[in-house]
Ligand binder design. Structure first.
Ligand code: GDP
Ligand code: NA
Ligand code: MG
Length: 372
């Protein structure tokens, strides 16, 4: 996956998750941040999320497409040793190692990501009607894959002011309340999306992000539709912090346009187009390494690493408490014998657990250079 969140974070999160599954649910759990997209309707929120994941599976398009929150849990799961391919209607051969599961359809595995999109549309309409209604009831989707970092992404309905279709008169407030519920969490990283062909000063996403993150410590500005800006204009002033400065800065991106969506342009082609766009544009060439989806993914990666570093001391503390409990149990069972071969199954299981556990957490600590 070319635009993913990087092997470093994948590796560390996986090690931590191994530690937790080894000690069971009673021990520490890593509280990974959720990444939420925030912005006006049609600003390109779903497109940005899809590019970050590197797979096509979200409904996108003109009008109000995202009408319920989509809570998307990416779950890293190592590939099985078989290379069995699953037959799907997709022209891309689906991989037996990558699939989606909806909370509302337990036990049903979707290997065809196009069918995942169809189901999102179907269930949205089932719960809200076809005519632009919205609902705070989230759609929960899990994607299992060797190519993702275990993480939660949330696609949110766009901020809007004017009711259309069947929408209630207080649609603006309803969407605001819904969105606030997600972005208020301190562990939420906010991608405040603004289309570059609109006025940044009027960006509803940025305004709302500031309400919940006034220090700007968890808000990244994302500028979409750079390719639709008037000739001779660019976002250099915004990137330089001369318009509305953001501590974590802005990332300009080029997503697929409506015509690309209609012609089903593959995501790999879209990412290559984006790369060439910035590299060859007179305003951005020379700065292209700070532009585009791969750079956005790297920025997110850095934020995630900081978050893991910040939470690790607490996790380590909870883990050593757990170890102490194990040791007490060990002692009460007679303690490990010198050759480690106690003949007592319970005892040897606990002993093994304890050392596996210690190794795993030591590994993570080393990766993060946290050895005191
Ligand atoms: P959302 O409503 O914020 O989730 O926006 P979508 O991701 O559904 O995008 C809305 C429309 O804008 C779609 O037709 C996209 O193809 C188009 N779009 C999004 N980002 C870009 C971009 O960077 N460039 C171009 N040309 N079109 C874009
Ligand atoms: Na849209
Ligand atoms: Mg959307």
């Amino acid at each position: 996956m070319s635009s993913g969140l990087g092997v470093e974070v994948v590796g560390i999160v996986n090690k931590l998750q191994d530690v937790f599954s080894a000690v069971g649910s009673s021990a520490a759990q890593i509280d990974l941040p959720q990444i939420c997209v925030l912005g006006s309707q049609s600003s390109g929120k779903s497109s940005v999320l899809e590019n970050i994941v590197g797979r096509d599976f979200l409904p996108r398009g003109t009008g109000i497409v995202t009408r319920r929150p989509l809570v998307l849990q990416l779950i890293n799961r190592p590939a099985e040793k078989t290379d069995a391919k699953i037959d799907t209607s997709d022209d891309k051969a689906a991989n037996a190692d990558e699939w989606g599961e909806f909370l509302h359809l337990p036990g049903q595995k979707f290997y065809d990501f196009g069918k995942i999109r169809d189901e999102i549309v179907r269930d949205t309409e089932a719960k809200t009607g076809k005519n632009a209604g919205i609902s705070p009831q989230p759609i929960n989707l899990r994607i299992f894959s060797p190519n993702v970092v275990t993480l939660t992404l949330v696609d949110l309905p766009g901020l809007t002011k004017v009711p259309v279709g069947d929408q209630p008169k207080d649609i603006e407030k309803q969407i605001r309340d819904m969105v606030l519920k997600y972005i208020s969490k301190p562990s939420c990283i906010i991608l405040a999306v603004t289309a570059a062909n609109t006025d940044l000063a009027n960006s509803d996403g940025l305004k709302m992000a500031r309400e919940v993150d006034s220090e700007g410590i968890r808000t990244i500005g994302v500028l979409t539709k750079i390719d639709l800006m008037d000739k001779g204009t660019d976002v250099i002033d915004i990137l330089a912090g001369r318009v509305i400065p953001l501590r974590l800065g802005y990332v300009p991106v080029v997503n697929r346009g409506q015509r690309d969506i209609e012609s089903a342009k593959p995501i790999t082609q879209a990412l290559e187009y984006e790369r060439q766009y910035f590299a060859s544009h007179p305003s951005y060439s020379g700065k292209e390494s700070y532009c585009g989806t791969p750079y956005l993914a790297r920025k997110l990666n850095t934020l995630l690493m900081q978050h893991i570093r910040a939470t690790l001391p607490d996790i380590k503390m909870r883990i050593s408490q757990q170890l102490q409990k194990f040791n007490t149990e060990l002692a009460s069972l007679g303690g490990p014998t010198a050759d480690g071969n106690s003949g007592n199954i319970v005892l040897s299981v606990i002993t093994e657990f304890t050392s596996e556990f210690r190794n795993a957490i030591d590994g993570v600590t080393t990766d993060l250079s946290l050895n005191e």
